[in-house]
Design a binder for this molecule. Structure first.
Ligand code: HEC
Ligand code: HEC
Length: 330
């Protein structure tokens, strides 16, 4: 039943004859892009995905009135033109403190059971309040009150929830926006690879062994591995261990998706690789040695030309997914 639910829900939208209004961006916000149609979005109890919730969440994601200072929004660190990352190793939070990890892409997060680099939150409805309070320094009840004083928001909350803004439905709307935000329809999905990218694909799926962890269609196994990044620091970030306290998890981080990877420099949880080629070189070279390194990683002894082929393949994983930033309600 569970596995049938979503396709049944989406069918009328996909067929395009339901009369459901298209999103503000013109595209149907609920339709899965080419390449991800067979994949099941992870759902949350009591928060079925609707276009009205996702459209409202999109507005909230960009609204600086969501923060303590009134100056920062989710989009301050998750820029749409960088596949919702921010181009820096470590961003600064609303309270002026620095983050210690790189901002990941928001595309396809609705498919991951565990979020953050160490998987410390389970599902979007748990992750979003953590981001809202931790990054934006928000007092959710105070923000809900502010939003209820903004005339433009009233009909949006009524349409989405039949209620005024509350801490809970703000979280539900943001989660719905992120759940609907998907990247597919890339050159890879369209089967339109250049010769160079095709050679890179063969390496990726074969000799270079990337596919064992970066598994299609999301290009992640959604698991945690130690590839050694940052483990030589004086006080290394121990990743998954921080959550589980299990020695085996020391230095393990969530396998990042490689969809949209060409747009999300710098790379790794610590932003230590400036270019995609630098990152590919580290990975194909077997990661960085440390006591817990994953045995799946070893130096594949690739030539410079082969590294370029891998990069060309990874560049073909950027989706043709138009995105228009929303207008702020007044
Ligand atoms: C000041 C910068 C900043 C702001 C503002 C910010 N984030 Fe993030 N976001 C990050 C960083 C850094 C991480 C990675 C943290 C970690 O893994 O420990 C992250 C991770 C996430 C993730 C997990 C993605 C994954 O693949 O695991 C989600 C979802 C997310 N943010 C949503 C939001 C939402 C929603 C907001 C607004 C309420 C927001 N973020 C505001 C910097 C920011
Ligand atoms: C053992 C599992 C594993 C294998 C095999 C593997 N990776 Fe990764 N990859 C990871 C993990 C885990 C990270 C995140 C590491 C970190 O930031 O600490 C990562 C990070 C990356 C990144 C940076 C992503 C980002 O968003 O910052 C790229 C690019 C990458 N890998 C490409 C490759 C390529 C190309 C190959 C094959 C040569 C490969 N990987 C093989 C697990 C793996």
């Amino acid at each position: 039943m569970r596995s049938l639910y979503l396709p049944v829900l989406l069918l009328p939208f996909l067929s395009g004859c339901s009369g459901e209004p298209a999103g503000a961006s013109g595209a149907n916000i609920l339709a899965a892009p080419l390449g991800l149609a067979d994949l099941q979005l992870l759902k949350a109890e009591g928060n079925d995905l609707t276009a009205a919730k996702a459209e409202l969440g999109k507005v909230l994601f960009f609204d600086t009135r969501m923060s303590q200072s009134g100056k920062m929004s989710c989009a301050s660190c998750h820029h749409a033109d960088k596949a919702f990352t921010d181009g820096q190793a470590f961003s600064t939070k609303d309270n002026g403190k620095k983050n210690s990890r790189n901002s990941p892409t928001m595309y396809n997060v609705g498919y991951y059971p565990d979020l953050y680099w160490d998987g410390r939150t389970h599902g979007l409805e748990e992750n979003v309040p953590a981001a809202w309070k931790g990054q934006l320094g928000a007092d959710p009840a105070a923000v809900a009150k502010t939003l209820n004083g903004i005339a433009g928001y009233k009909p949006m909350f009524q349409t989405a929830f039949g209620a005024e803004a509350s801490e809970q439905n703000i979280v539900q709307a943001l989660s719905s926006f992120l759940r609907a935000l998907r990247s597919g329809n890339s050159k890879f999905d369209q089967n339109q690879l250049s010769e160079q990218a095709k050679a890179g694909k063969d390496l990726f799926m074969g000799k270079a062994g990337c596919v064992v962890c970066h598994t299609p269609p999301l290009f992640t196994d959604r698991l945690f591995h130690n590839v050694g990044i940052g483990m030589d620091a004086a006080e290394p970030d121990l990743g998954r261990f921080v959550k589980t306290k299990s020695d085996a998890d020391k230095g393990r981080f969530k396998t990042p998706t490689l969809r949209e990877i060409a747009k999300t420099a710098p790379y790794f949880h610590d932003g230590s690789a400036q270019t995609l080629k630098d990152a590919v070189k580290v990975m194909a070279g077997g990661g960085k040695d440390n006591a817990n390194k994953d045995p799946l990683l070893m130096d594949k002894k690739l030539s410079d030309a082969e590294l370029d082929q891998l990069v060309a393949f990874l560049e073909s994983l950027s989706g043709d997914v138009p995105f228009t930033a929303p207008q702020m309600p007044q």
